[in-house]
Design a protein. Structure first.
Lengths: 273, 155, 782
């Protein structure tokens, strides 16, 4: 179980990283923390002629207060968020999500940007960031662009990144101190990926409300807009949740329907009380 | 080939490596530091855990070439370290090891738990250990050894 | 037996710990031989396929080897005395047909493992897919494809026993039937399997380092495969990172690496990786029990009628065959109970999966799961407490030694007292579930034949005869002692416990004793470490060897003290005569260095001896234990939290209680894995679905509570020091205890789970079934 042959680049600027990507003609992959990519390389289920390690690009490790939002450099580790470096903006939701990703040794290397760019349907950050209404900043040969995480997550293991683009930062809107949130993750055991994830964020002050579910079974993070409206209007029962899941995702097996429904209902209840 | 320059157990190492090499294989095969064990090679069992700049990481899913300029501490690198000496003593007295294969990764993880967290209780210790598999001991001795070192710390 | 501070009964700290804590253990992957090359294997990606062609690029032809290159390697055939048992030995490499995913098709050799894997990727094999037998049901279905063309079915072995139960069947007031499934598993020692082999010209020997529990057994098999004399192969097991039975069988890789080391003249190494282990090594525990219990209306079980089907996988492993699980399970299925009627039929089928192999406690976890869940079902049927029903059914202490209906002799113990202690302990445990969760407590109790005896094995006929165990004791000139044993210690702490036994016999300080183990070049023959046998068998042999040393030391001392040997006592490492005292070291030193002080005929046969041991009457002692679990079940998500676990065991005299605790605790957590997490599922094309630890889930510290233990010590009447084996037992009861606890919790919902692991899916499915039934009942009644 050893990685296939590859070339290695470790640029120290975003521009240099983009140049390597552009030169490679699609055969290069960005290496952030590597906590998903390197296992896949070891197993030889992923191949990369060239790895572009972005660990030396200092600006990607920055956490900044940018006025209306907090900007997390794409290279910020889960552990730093767990330890509270980005705290105080989302009533502890970022910290909670970070703390429940895999294990500390993985969180020390794994990054928030890497998680989003990998687009694993069972990953936590895509669900959480969509629920928080976050945007991502992307740089490429043709300049910079900003898009919502929702737009960024195109499909299972697929993002809106072009071959020569790199995710540089995540902008999480600042919320009122009264922000209500719940992040429910059902796991088969500690540290495992979620069998079902549900995130609900509600800012009564601004009226911002998001309901998001994620997992491999449902093929990634999905916003359940119907429930967002329903939640603000009153109680939401299991039937409504099941209808919303079916409308958004299609038919689900009884087990999958049950666990997603329960996680969503618990998240909604927690926010409502 | 890629050039790599880092500090391992206090010793400066500069060498050319095959860029596909992971850190665990670099330590084991190139530096003959065999105390870092491979149990899964996909970051899930914890046997290969070492400290990078004082933080536990999985050496099997860390590319060696990513480690330029860092400081690595393996189980062979704790000479004179008082906390590690206490952990080793506690592991022995609490029967926290049997076959010994998970032990280096467990010690690195335990070192992080005791030094990073203030006074974690049993449940927190167990949660922190969740990334490390021991197939022999049933974990009781490991948890107790860590509890003991935490108690000594705050005594 | 006198207790002393470092002898039998003392929890002295382990001698072996120091090297592991410093990272100085020496495992198979740590061995460096100059010029060594790495081996990687091309393995079949299909479960059943014809191999018509392997395209080997010309430039690497001398580094790629297929079955054709091993044509002079002889197939090592397991044997069986079971009538009609059809056995097909696993070929080291598939030649024309592969029968499971992961079966080896070619070997590639390169300076590093990564480069060897690069070579594997360059091979272009041509597989033609054949119809797949992916499950027991597939195997037994009409018109099932055949694994072996010359067979008339996929049934490899059938056995049966019938004590005559027709009368009970006709008259018993209570009849309870359950189908109970235990999933296929991988054993997952944390260190994978591994082999290093090279030819040593000077010694005229093939040296094979292998991560094995049974070095002499592997030597026997390799000699047969390679046509070498036993003196020409030395098998060395270095530090071994867990075995659990996985390393007690002959692996095809051992043969291939050894054969290719001879062929190429180069030192070769193969280290199993986790992907290989979870696919080609998914080889344990897949059983289905169709149980019917006949009982009176108080739940006193009168007869058990059972059918057991095991998924034997594609081939028979050496030496156990694929039938070992069925034989072991059917031999203990009535458990620790006094049951007067027993009928069982077993069927072992072949499927396109890795060959079934004996995993810690071989089949007993399945048998215990079957009888113990059935006991709970009986209790429910008669409306009584399951623990009380058990107490009524257990063999009573006054009935010991008890001849079970299976013919096994339970030698000693008080089973009801053991269960009552577990009941007491679990009653003191946590009893408050979180809101919305259901709480349940479950029990399981077993008795286990440890140190399985020659007569038992010879009855089955497999080529692994325990016979007499041997140990060599070499008294050194300075009075220190070297013990050499053929078993291998891989976590059991034998470097410590064998020194304690030497201390018990000779009074020698454990620090002055060293144990050499796991090396055919150093030790007397042994079949190895398995079947919870080492403390009984090797412990007995070490004691026998030390007895001989004691006689010799007393003889030396008697000469020096001018008295009769019978007047010399050996106490606390001192030789005490009527008028003088000397140390062991003084006696040993005199014989070695100052023989002129002794008459010329003293100890002509020296101070290095071999002792042999077999329990009285060739009887393996029965250890036993009662376990209890308390769980909290989330009935909406199907998740199970283990809140409390207690185990009360009796393994006779405990040589080192700390180590006994460790063996039990480790076994319990493995059993919790079987009960709640671990599963190697295959799809209908025989593709393994749990190929990494993301899908093959192991219990960690976070999934286990602080397990609480207690012990009793009923000495076996048949063994030296009254010991019984303890290495495997912890793993037997947890699947049953956990599922009984879950079913206790689910009782308000009318749901019952009959399969392990109890994953959220299985728990919810059980709840759905109950919900649907309740709904249907309601509709019917309306």
């Amino acid at each position: 179980m050893k990685a296939p042959p590859l070339e290695f680049h470790k640029p120290d600027t975003v521009e240099a990283a983009i140049a390597v990507l552009a030169d490679s003609g699609g055969s290069a992959r960005i290496l952030a923390g590597g906590q998903s990519l390197v296992p896949m390389l070891n197993l030889r289920v992923a191949y990369a002629k060239t790895l572009v390690d972005i660990g030396a690009i200092r600006e990607l490790a920055a956490i900044e207060d940018a006025g209306g939002y907090i900007r997390l450099g794409a290279g910020v580790s889960h552990a730093r968020i767990e330890d509270g470096e980005a705290d105080g903006h989302c009533s502890g939701m970022l910290r909670h999500v970070a703390r429940n990703i895999a294990y500390r040794a993985v969180r020390n290397r794994g990054t928030v940007g890497g998680s989003l760019a990998h687009a694993d349907p069972a990953a936590d950050w895509p669900v959480a960031m969509i629920a928080l209404g976050a945007d991502v900043e992307v740089s490429g040969s043709n300049g910079n662009r900003k898009l919502s995480v929702e737009e960024f997550m195109v499909d299972v293991f697929t993002t809106a990144l072009q071959e020569d683009e790199i995710l540089t930062g995540i902008c999480v809107p600042k919320a009122s101190p009264d922000l209500l949130w719940s992040f429910q993750k059902m796991r088969k055991k500690s540290g495992a990926f979620g069998e079902a994830i549900a995130a609900v964020v509600h800012d009564p002050e601004s009226g911002f409300c998001r309901v998001v579910a994620g997992s491999s079974a449902i093929g990634g993070p999905h916003r359940l807009a119907v429930l967002e409206t329903a939640l603000q209007e009153g109680a939401v029962d299991d039937g409504a949740i099941q209808d919303a899941l079916t409308q958004t995702i299609g038919s689900l097996g009884r087990y999958e329907m049950q666990i997603h429904t329960v996680c969503l209902r618990r998240a909604i209840e927690e926010v409502r009380t | 080939m890629t050039t790599l320059s880092l500090t391992v157990n206090g010793r400066q190492v500069s060498t050319d490596i095959d860029p596909r090499l992971n850190l665990a294989d670099f330590l084991r095969e190139r530096l003959s530091l065999k105390g870092t064990h491979l149990g899964c090679e996909h970051g899930a069992c914890g046997a290969c855990t070492v400290l990078m700049d004082g933080m536990p990481i999985r050496s099997c899913i860390t590319m060696a070439a990513s480690c330029d300029g860092v400081e690595i501490t393996t189980v062979e690198g704790y000479d004179g370290d008082k906390l590690m000496a206490r952990l080793r003593k506690a592991f022995r007295e609490e029967h926290a090891l049997q076959c010994g294969y998970c032990t280096p990764g467990m010690l690195a993880t335990a070192y992080d738990i005791v030094s990073r967290l203030d006074r974690p209780d049993e449940n927190e210790i167990r949660a922190e250990l969740a990334g490390c598999v021991c197939r022999c001991t049933g974990y009781r001795g490991i948890v107790r050894a860590i509890e003991r070192c935490i108690a000594e710390k705050s005594a | 037996m006198a207790m002393n501070e470092t002898g039998i009964g003392a929890s002295i700290l382990r001698r072996e710990d120091a090297r592991f804590l410093e990272g100085k253990g020496r495992f198979i992957g740590d061995i460096e031989i100059p010029g060594m090359l790495d081996v990687a294997f091309l393995r079949s990606p299909l479960a059943h396929a014809c191999i018509s062609f392997i395209d080997t690029p010309d430039d690497v032809a001398d580094r790629v080897f297929t079955a054709a290159d091993l044509s002079d390697v002889k197939l090592v055939q397991p044997a069986s005395k079971v009538p009609g048992h059809r056995i097909v030995a696993a070929p080291p490499m598939a030649s024309d047909r592969a029968r499971y995913v992961g079966e080896i098709v070619a070997a590639c050799v390169a300076p590093t493992r990564a480069e060897a894997e690069d070579l594997v990727e360059r091979l272009a094999p041509d597989f033609e897919m054949l119809p797949v037998v992916a499950s027991m049901d597939d195997a037994l279905s009409e018109n099932a494809p055949r694994l072996f063309d010359e067979w008339d079915s996929n049934v490899s072995m059938e056995t049966g026993f019938d004590s005559g139960i027709e009368e009970i069947v006709a008259s018993a007031p209570v009849k309870v039937t359950r189908v109970l499934d235990m999933a296929r598993q991988a054993m997952v020692p944390l260190e994978g399997k591994g082999v290093v082999a090279f030819w040593n010209e000077r010694d005229d020997q093939l040296v094979v380092y292998s991560s094995t529990q049974s070095p002499h057994q592997i030597r026997t098999a390799l000699c047969e495969a390679l046509g070498l004399q036993q003196r020409q192969i030395r098998v060395i097991a270095p530090d071994v990172g867990g075995g659990f039975g996985y390393k007690a069988i002959l692996h095809p890789e051992e043969i291939i690496v050894a054969a290719l080391a001879l062929k190429t003249g180069r030192p070769l190494r193969w280290l199993e990786d986790r992907f290989e282990h979870l696919t080609a090594g998914a080889n344990a525990r897949e059983h289905r029990y169709e149980m019917t219990a006949y009982a009176d209306d108080r739940g006193r079980v009168l007869a058990i009628d059972a059918k057991l089907t095991t998924d034997g996988g594609a081939y028979s492993v050496w030496p156990h065959t694929n039938g070992f699980d069925a034989i072991q399970a059917s031999g203990i299925l009535t458990g620790p109970y006094d049951i007067g009627g027993y009928r069982v039929r077993t069927q072992t089928v072949v499927t396109n999966k890795p060959p079934l192999s004996p995993y810690r406690a071989v089949a007993r976890p399945g048998a215990c799961f079957a009888i113990e869940c059935t006991m709970d079902a009986v209790a429910r049927a008669v409306g009584r407490d399951p623990a009380e029903v058990r107490l009524d059914n257990l063999v009573k202490p006054e009935a010991m030694p008890y001849k079970a209906i299976t013919g096994k002799e339970y030698d000693s113990g008080d089973y009801p007292a053991c269960l009552r202690r577990a009941m007491e302990m679990v009653a003191e445990g946590p009893k408050t579930p979180a809101p919305g969760r259901l709480l349940g407590t479950g029990y399981a109790i077993y008795t286990e034949h440890t140190a399985v005896s020659t007569s038992t094995i010879s009855h089955i006929g497999i080529p692994m005869m325990p016979g007499f165990e041997q140990a060599a004791a070499l008294m050194q000139p300075d009075g220190s002692l070297e013990l050499r044993v053929g078993v291998q210690s891989h976590g059991q702490g034998m470097e410590t416990t064998m020194a304690q036994i030497a201390n018990q016999v000779l009074g020698i300080e454990p620090d002055r004793v060293v144990l050499r183990h796991g090396d055919t070049g150093l030790s007397p023959f042994s079949t190895g470490t398995y079947a919870s046998r080492a403390i009984v068998m090797t412990g007995g042999a070490v004691a026998a060897a030390c007895d001989k040393i004691a006689v010799k030391l007393r003889e030396i001392a008697a000469h020096l003290m001018q008295c009769q040997p019978s007047a010399v006592r050996l106490e606390n490492g001192l030789l005490k005569g009527p008028s003088a005292t000397m140390t062991i070291a003084e006696a040993a030193e005199t014989w070695h260095f100052r023989p002129y002080e002794l008459p010329e005929d003293v100890l002509r046969d020296g101070l290095e001896v071999t002792g042999g041991y077999r329990p009285d009457g060739d009887k393996g002692p029965f250890a036993y234990a009662a376990h209890a679990a308390t769980v909290s079940v989330d009935p909406e998500l199907g998740t199970v939290e283990l809140l409390d676990y207690v185990a009360v065991d009796d393994c006779g005299t405990r040589v080192n209680p700390m180590i006994v605790d460790g063996q039990v605790l480790g076994g319990v957590v493995q059993g919790i894995g079987t009960g709640l997490f671990e599963e190697s599922p295959f799809d209908d094309q025989g593709q393994p679905l749990a190929t990494t630890f993301a899908d093959y889930l192991l219990p960690t510290a976070a999934e286990t509570p602080m397990i609480r233990l207690d012990h009793s010590e009923t000495q076996s009447p048949y063994t030296r020091f009254g010991v019984k084996g303890v290495g495997e037992g912890g793993a037997i009861a947890p699947p049953a205890a956990v599922v009984n606890a879950i079913n206790d919790a689910l009782r308000p919902l009318g749901a019952e789970l009959c399969a392990v692991p109890a994953t959220p899916q299985r728990v919810l499915r059980a709840i759905f079934v109950a919900e649907d039934r309740a709904k249907a009942d309601m509709e019917t009644s309306q």
